[in-house]
Write a protein that binds this ligand. Sequence first.
Ligand code: HEM
Ligand code: HEM
Length: 182
Amino acid sequence: MSTGANWSAIAKLLHWTIAALIVAQFVVGWMAVSWRLSPMKLDLFVWHKSTGMLVLALVVLRLAWRATHHPPPLPSNMPRWERFAAALTHALLYAAMIAIPLTGWVVSSAAGVPFSIYWRIPLPSIAPTDRHLVEVVGNVHGALGIALIVLLVIHVGAALRHHYIKRDDVLVRMLPRRRTSR
Ligand code: HEM
Ligand code: HEM
């Protein structure tokens, strides 16, 4: 069933930019943690922490946009449990996208080493220097990352189910519009 509705260009741009940056964050985060101690490891951490702060800023912007704009309606024949599941998954995705960078920021602060975003903008400290805090919140940061991956499997699975099984336009209306070929 087609809703005939579409996500706005801003919503699509934010959705896909943030999605791409988050995928990069996982790759660079795991590389940074496992790299041998070297200048390269430190650079990987600067990229990871800087891009993570960029994600946080974009997600705040996206939530502000979302609070002031109506999303396109879901297909009218969608059962109540599916609407609830979608709303819950989206809320948890937003929560993870905020909590993961915030816990990263706490770890970075608790390490007590001054840090500048992309080597330029000094990041204020939001936690006291504390080795124990680095370890505990570092584990929380990693565990939240795994939780986000679980949510994304559900999210992408649901999007593909809409497209290939239910055959509605829920996925297509979030895709960047392609030019029609002549
Ligand atoms: C959406 C944003 C982010 C994602 C998806 C993400 C994901 C990850 C992942 C997967 C790891 C490896 C975890 C492990 O194997 O233990 C990691 C490590 C780390 N991240 Fe992030 N991260 C994000 C944002 C940030 C931010 C904003 C900061 C700091 C300003 C940060 C600081 C760190 C630090 C310090 C570690 C190493 C932690 C440790 O050694 O226990 N991250 N991150
Ligand atoms: C890191 C990756 C991703 C994250 C964090 C993410 C997050 C989100 C969030 C929070 C929403 C809810 C938007 C709102 O109601 O304000 C959403 C919507 C959506 N996402 Fe994703 N997404 C990601 C990747 C993907 C991928 C790979 C696909 C497709 C295969 C996809 C398909 C969709 C679709 C179709 C919607 C619109 C749902 C609707 O109309 O209710 N997303 N995404």
